[in-house]
Design a protein around this ligand. Structure first.
Ligand code: HSE
Length: 296
């Protein structure tokens, strides 16, 4: 089973919005045997025993009161610690592979919940945006976190994704969450509400121009941008080349630009040039909204 890369937040939708895209995929295969336990092998980067896959499966077994012995193999093409939901996609792919192999069908919310709790192993706290995107696909909005409620939209949106090859920041998500403001002025709050509404409306109408209004973010981006290598230049060049909106992908350091077809190659070239001028090696891809693991 495979799960796609995701970009959480998409600007103003901090912790409640994510888009699934076909930039990269995480693949999982699972063997189910009698007994209890989880063994995870990673074909590429091995995060060690405290990984999201083992944590998510353990949470799932506990939640369903199940005792199974599973051996999971993860072949993950999504670059890790890049704000592309790599660890969450691995967990979602493993859970869906397990459910298929064991012939168990459960509410999709339990999949998201288990994979979201798996994120504690990578980020220090549970969050559900990336895993909801990886599981459901499309553009997802968490309309409630407790109890978990997710609405999925299937807009036709095209992106340029810039993935800088910089050394992974240890405990990146934890650090990027620690720089966030504790207090937001009321005027800014109202402004941010309008932007989140723009994201959701843009998804519902499959309208890139409306969606892009929500990619501007006066709350999280200013706090995080100084910690994202090359971000201001990448954003400037992408906008000059015709990107409709540009945002930090999840907690960074990747960036996501919303483009129309006419400008996609130009924005891709502009983002590449910005990284070159910053002296940063980067992979820059064009990607579109894709389906999630539960539907692939
Ligand atoms: N919404 C989360 C954040 C995503 O921005 O901290 C982290 O992958």
């Amino acid at each position: 089973m495979k799960a796609p890369s995701t970009s959480a937040n998409l600007g103003a939708g901090f912790d409640i919005v994510a888009v699934a895209h076909d930039a990269y995929f995480a693949n999982a295969s699972v063997k189910v045997e009698s007994g209890c336990g989880v063994v995870v092998k990673f074909k590429k980067f091995d995060p060690g025993p405290r990984n999201t896959v083992a944590a998510a499966l353990s949470h799932l077994f506990h939640r369903l009161d199940l005792c199974k012995h599973v051996e999971v193999e993860i072949d993950n093409d999504i670059p890790i610690a890049r704000g592309l939901g790599s660890s969450g996609a691995a967990a979602v792919a493993a859970i869906t592979a397990f459910l298929r192999e064991a012939n168990i069908s459960i509410d999709y919310k339990i999949v998201i919940e288990a994979a979201g709790f798996g994120e504690v192993a990578a980020a220090g706290s549970p969050h559900f945006d990336n895993v909801a995107g990886a599981a459901m696909g499309g553009a997802v909005v968490l309309v409630s976190t407790s109890p978990l409620e997710v609405v999925k939209f299937t807009p036709r949106l095209l992106f340029v994704i810039g993935v800088p090859d910089v050394p992974p920041m240890p405990e990146k998500t934890k650090i990027m969450r620690s720089v966030l403001p504790e207090v937001v002025k009321f005027g800014k709050y109202v402004n941010q509400l309008a932007k989140v509404a723009a994201l959701v409306s843009g998804f519902a109408l499959s309208n890139p121009a409306i969606t892009a209004l929500g990619m501007d973010d006066d709350v999280v981006e200013p706090a995080r941008a100084p910690h994202v290598p090359g971000y201001m230049r990448v954003k400037k060049y992408a906008r000059e080349a015709g990107a409709l909106g540009v945002a930090i992908s999840g907690a960074g350091p990747s960036i996501i630009a919303l483009v129309d077809e006419k400008h996609s190659d130009g924005v891709r070239a502009a983002v590449s040039r910005a990284y070159i001028e910053e002296g940063i090696k980067a992979e820059v891809k064009i990607a579109q909204v894709t389906e999630g693991a539960l539907f692939l």
